[in-house]
Design a protein around this ligand. Structure first.
Ligand SMILES: NC(=O)c1ccc[n+]([C@@H]2O[C@H](COP(=O)([O-])OP(=O)(O)OC[C@H]3O[C@@H](n4cnc5c(N)ncnc54)[C@H](OP(=O)(O)O)[C@@H]3O)[C@@H](O)[C@H]2O)c1
Length: 285
């Protein structure tokens, strides 16, 4: 039975634990609230604030951001819109990528960079401790153990509550776990991109959250014929089907779809109420 739009909320997706924190299993990715290419401030700041407020009203209590979105502007926007934060809101940010210009994302996993990055995020987010700090991507020029070790040190001195890692392999997950407790992994994953299937399986075995980035598969994903046809068959939009599929795919899945549109946000949260049977996804394999 479908739940009416006015009764939907992210809580209908159930909950998931991030260490000692529990959040609804449908979050919000804030990256798209920057200017295009995740660069600069939003064109309409008040509208971006309304999107964030509406997300919280709809029960979203997990928001993903990064210091490289903007850069810096995305974290500042979240604080301007939502501070003082609702008590159950978990803001997850990331560090380890820098933006020399709008087209470039450059890894910097040096411990000294990460220490400065955490201080910057704490200030912009107006927090004393970051609930979930994720290494955005391994830096090929820095031993991965050194980057994770720096986050472990920051956790020990109370700047970070929990550590997550992003864009990693199973071997890197194992290495990170030998250095510090890891509560989440964030890799690309959607109906059309299953390249992190082995990482998802590892997260399931370990009982840690898997945050699929690019959860709707972007415009190519939305256009994909199979998804379109299946969505039509179920009377759903492509976005709703993509999110319902992710939620059904694994209990450790915590999707973080992003949008600048309140209508799209409502549609995405509505997907938390959809219950599709495994056979509904047969033709999407
Ligand atoms: N760890 C990493 O390396 C990494 C990389 C990329 C992203 N991320 C994180 O993952 C989050 C999500 O990723 P993403 O934004 O790349 O991908 P996404 O959530 O799959 O897609 C967002 C795109 O889909 C559109 N959209 C959203 N809802 C829609 C709907 N109901 N109907 C039609 N179009 C819809 C949005 O446009 P409109 O604004 O027009 O709705 C936007 O262009 C980001 O916000 C960020 O936090 C992490």
């Amino acid at each position: 039975m479908e739940v009416p739009l006015e009764q939907t909320g992210a809580w209908l997706a159930g909950t998931i634990d991030l260490g000692d924190l529990t959040v609804n299993r449908l979050g919000f990715g804030a990256m798209r609230l920057c200017g295009d290419s995740a660069w600069g401030r939003p064109k309409d700041r008040d509208h971006a604030h309304r999107v964030l407020h509406r997300a919280v009203e709809l029960g979203v209590n997990f928001i993903d951001t990064a210091d490289s979105y903007g850069p810096e502007a995305n974290e500042s926007l979240i604080a301007q819109a939502l501070y003082p934060y609702p008590p159950d809101l978990v803001i997850a940010t990331k560090g380890g990528l820098v933006r020399p210009d709008r087209r470039s994302w450059v890894q910097d996993g040096r411990p000294e960079h990460l220490r400065g990055a955490v201080e910057g995020s704490l200030q912009r987010l107006r927090l004393e401790r970051i609930d979930l700090y994720q290494l955005h991507a391994p830096d090929p020029n820095v031993p991965f153990a050194e980057s994770v070790g720096a986050l472990a040190d920051l956790q020990r001195i109370g700047k970070i509550r929990h550590i997550g890692i992003s864009n990693i392999t199973v071997a890197q997950l194992d290495l990170a776990r030998s250095i510090a407790p890891i509560v989440s992994v964030q890799n690309a994953y959607n109906l059309r991109n299953h390249t992190s299937e082995d990482v998802l399986a590892a997260c399931e075995r370990l009982g840690i959250a898997f945050l699929p980035w690019y959860p709707l598969g972007g415009k190519r994903g939305l256009r994909a014929l199979k998804v379109k046809q299946a969505a039509t068959r179920h009377g759903l939009t492509h976005a709703a089907l993509s999110i319902a599929w992710l939620l059904a795919r694994s209990p450790v899945m915590l999707p973080i779809p992003g949008t600048r549109s309140i209508d799209h946000l409502e549609e995405n949260v509505h997907a938390a109420s959809l219950r599709l049977a495994p056979e509904d996804f047969d033709d999407l394999r």
